[in-house]
Design a protein. Structure first.
Length: 176
């Protein structure tokens, strides 16, 4: 996000547009990821570590698939909302040139490093056996509703970024 802010400070309106798009897109990806984490935390004896995700893809396939989607989007894999969020702020920095182009390269390298951590969770969900077997929990309609909205917007904003880009473009013009 700070890359977009820096590009805006350097006089690139695209930086503010990217920042606004990034904020909107990331709110849905994070809502979804944290909803899955919250659902897992309801299980007795669960701790806040990577082992919590072991076997989730087999135990609760839908939660595993949704968490994978959110993590891929947070990584910036196309065609998710996270890809466009990262692309817009990085492109604005490249267009600003100079030191911001270097910052854009650092942002890309940081995204690659973050991918290791995000994808490690996916490995645990689908390729690791849990230390203890736990039956799937019954999840509330509120959880599934929130996950449905977060999933839909993560996918739609990745496949059809245009409408939100128009909105953030108008908002950026109004701001500055």
């Amino acid at each position: 996000m700070l890359v977009g802010l820096a590009a805006y400070a350097a006089g690139r309106m695209e930086g503010l547009e990217g920042l606004l798009y990034y904020g909107a897109a990331y709110s849905f990806m994070n809502l979804g990821a944290f909803a899955v984490i919250g659902a897992l935390q309801r299980r007795a004896g669960v701790t806040s570590n990577l082992e919590t995700f072991a076997g989730l893809g087999r135990r609760e396939p839908l939660l595993g698939i949704l968490m994978t989607l959110f993590l891929l989007s947070l990584t910036g894999i196309p065609p998710t909302a996270g890809f466009f969020a990262k692309a817009y702020v990085i492109l604005a920095a490249v267009q600003a040139g100079g030191p911001l182009a270097v910052l854009a390269v650092i942002a890309v390298l940081n995204a690659a490093a973050a991918a290791f951590y995000y994808l490690r969770v996916v490995v645990y969900m689908f390729m690791r056996e849990p230390q203890t077997e736990a039956p799937p929990l019954a999840h509330s309609r509120l959880l599934w509703g929130g996950l449905g909205i977060a999933t839909a917007l993560t996918i739609v904003l990745g496949l059809l970024p245009g409408p939100l880009l128009e909105i953030v473009g108008q908002a950026a013009k109004a701001i500055g």
